[in-house]
Design a protein around this ligand. Structure first.
Ligand code: SF4
Length: 210
């Protein structure tokens, strides 16, 4: 069974695949924060802006393999063409729940399957696209993929040494907090000087879509 916060259709708002029509499946739970406000400051990851607790979001619930894929199909078919099916498994930390059965079943249904992970758990399935966004060096195991996304500014990682890792694309994403405009400016400034890093702007937040 899979515990899911929400399932919704949107466009990918950040990173390499920005603008791509997608169904997002947000799995409940994360291993770097329990999602409770009172413990956020002490969490390993303490700047999260995502609600991944419970099953009370749009299409949230506890699903079997078949019922989850059926729901993804229903959401996709409600608005997108039958071609170019694309599903993004995110969280929370999706790898706490996602397994090869789910990925293989989605592929049987002609979906490309993308993963957004904090990199603390090794892959157990064959994804079409892997975005790793590490939050802490000590907990980071998954050091290769398609895109690496680091929240900026930060002082936990040496950004230049990260460029030696086995990723195709390197993104810096402005931290989305009360200093977000300043963070945005700092991100742009860093990327202007260090051209291997590219800014990842969360366009879905800027234009106000989910
Ligand atoms: S790892 Fe991701 S989902 Fe988990 S607390 Fe941090 S930002 Fe939120």
């Amino acid at each position: 069974m899979y515990t899911v916060k929400e399932i919704f259709k949107s466009i990918q708002g950040e990173g390499y695949n920005i603008g791509k029509e997608s169904v997002f499946v947000r799995f409940t739970g994360c291993n770097l924060w329990n999602g409770k406000k009172e413990s956020k400051n002490k969490a390993i990851c303490n700047f999260c802006d995502t609600d991944f607790v419970g099953t009370d979001g749009n299409n949230g619930g506890i699903y079997s393999l078949e019922s989850l894929v059926d729901k993804i199909e229903q959401v996709w078919n409600s608005s997108f063409s039958l071609e170019h099916r694309y599903v993004i498994l995110t969280g929370g930390e999706p790898l706490l729940q996602v397994d090869a059965n789910l990925v293989d079943y989605l592929k049987c249904k002609k979906y490309k399957v993308a993963l957004e992970t904090n990199g603390t758990i090794q892959l157990r399935a064959d994804f079409d696209w892997v975005c790793v966004s590490p939050k802490d060096p000590e907990n980071w195991l998954l050091k290769k993929g398609d895109e690496l996304k680091v929240i900026y500014p930060q002082n936990k990682f040496n950004l230049q040494s990260l460029l030696t890792l086995d990723f195709k694309y390197f993104f810096l994403q402005p931290k989305y907090d009360k200093l977000k405009q300043l963070n945005f400016n700092k991100t742009i400034d860093y990327c202007k000087i260090h051209r291997q890093w590219f800014p990842s702007i969360q366009i879905h937040k800027t234009i106000g879509v989910q």
